[in-house]
Design a protein. Structure first.
Length: 171
């Protein structure tokens, strides 16, 4: 495998954050974590998501994967990575001995999280608006822009039904 070029002065920013939503379909509800890699211009180069606590162990591989296949631009390695978490810094130092890892504030990651929260608020408004035409019980489904209900009680029913619970009751 060819080594990736290091460009002098390139700093990436990495961050581990709790996502602004809960996962409720896999046992007890939990708030997933996301790991983001960004360049100095603010573009997200790579990301990973998982259950709370599992991404620290995968951080080094996630960075390696982002170096090899960034979402933006050609493959390249940063000269330095800045992260806010001491645990994340240690995990990266262990997996990338030749890479300078700095532990400092990462307001760029905070900006991505704010943008995600704003996007979630927009989609919540869309779900409330869409619920006027769909199943009252499914108004918080993963498919807010589709008019067809996605609940198991009547997955192909017309969009004018009162609710899933009422449709599931025998007549």
């Amino acid at each position: 495998m060819a080594s990736k070029k290091r460009r002098p002065g390139i700093e990436w920013v990495g961050g581990l954050v709790s996502m602004p939503a809960y996962v409720t379909c896999e046992g007890a509800p939990y708030r997933p974590e996301a790991l983001f890699w960004m360049n100095a211009e603010g573009a997200v180069l790579g990301h990973a998501a998982g259950r709370p606590g599992e991404l620290i162990g995968l951080a080094s591989e996630s960075l390696r994967s982002t170096i090899e296949r960034p979402m933006v631009g050609q493959p390249h390695a940063p000269q330095r990575v800045r992260v806010a978490s001491h645990d994340l810094a240690e995990a990266l130092r262990a997996g990338h001995a030749g890479l300078e890892v700095v532990c400092a504030s990462t307001p760029e990651i905070d900006a991505v999280l704010v943008a995600m929260r704003e996007k979630k608020m927009d989609s919540t408004w869309t779900r409330k608006r869409a619920s006027r035409h769909g199943c009252a019980s499914c108004s918080r489904s993963r498919y807010p822009l589709r008019s067809a209900c996605r609940c198991l009680a009547h997955p192909r029913a017309p969009p004018t039904r009162p609710s899933c619970a009422q449709a599931a009751e025998p007549a």
